[in-house]
Design a protein around this ligand. Structure first.
Ligand SMILES: N[C@@H](CCC(=O)N[C@@H](CS)C(=O)NCC(=O)O)C(=O)O
Length: 205
């Protein structure tokens, strides 16, 4: 059995990062078995990925993480289709993924009910700053050339984050016409329909 035959992908049903990978597995019909894990993750997740996070792509005795490398590996397994052009796409893809880290960090800070516990020696609110980063990155994508129509890895990453925001906290991404067109088109694909996150909202109580 080759590494490719043994491929497994860890995911939580709600995870936007894992969804990017699940979408591509679906789109490219890759022999990768999605393996669902419970959220919040237990300590056993650290044995798979030292960051304790999904997604991780298990290829025999090699485990690939974080998301960026999982996406590049899936693209490689698919025969390097045009959905990713590394010279042009590496920077925007990584930037979108880091925007996702900033956005999820801001959301989780709020959903965990945490507030100030002492003097703020940093000079800004990290959650607010993360949301500023998200807005600035969306503007950068809207005005630049990084997002292409159709199936692209950067577009898939962006769409999974925007649609996760719709299913959770809410984020004003639809006011950006180019991003809206790309995300709306992707969201109608079977791969997106098959991997949609369940709705959830923070009640604050
Ligand atoms: N920067 C990470 C982000 C992955 C991530 O945030 N995964 C979330 C689910 S969307 C997770 O596993 N959260 C559990 C935790 O952080 O303990 C990557 O690129 O893989």
């Amino acid at each position: 059995m080759t590494d490719r035959d043994q491929a497994r992908l860890t995911y939580f049903p709600g995870s936007p990062f894992a969804r990017m990978c699940r979408v591509l597995v679906h789109e490219w019909d890759l022999p990768v078995e999605p393996v669902e894990h419970a959220f919040p993750p237990g300590p056993e997740m650290y044995a798979i990925n030292p960051l304790g996070q999904v997604p991780a792509l298990i290829l025999g005795d090699r485990t690939v993480f974080p998301t960026f490398l999982v996406l590049e590996t899936l693209w490689d397994m698919a025969g390097r289709p045009d959905a990713y052009r590394p010279d042009d796409d590496r920077q925007p893809l990584l930037t979108v993924l880091q925007m996702g880290d900033a956005y999820t960090a801001a959301c989780y800070q709020r959903w965990s009910g945490l507030g100030p516990v002492g003097h703020n020696a940093v000079g800004y609110d990290p959650a607010a700053r993360n949301l500023e980063r998200v807005a600035a990155t969306l503007d950068w994508l809207e005005t630049g050339t990084a997002i292409r129509e159709g199936l692209s890895m950067t577009g898939v990453a962006l769409a999974c984050l925007c649609l996760w925001a719709d299913a959770r906290e809410g984020l004003d991404w639809r006011s950006r016409a180019k991003l809206r067109a790309v995300v709306d088109a992707l969201s109608g694909r079977d791969s997106f329909r098959a991997t949609a996150p369940m709705a959830w909202s923070y009640s604050g109580t």
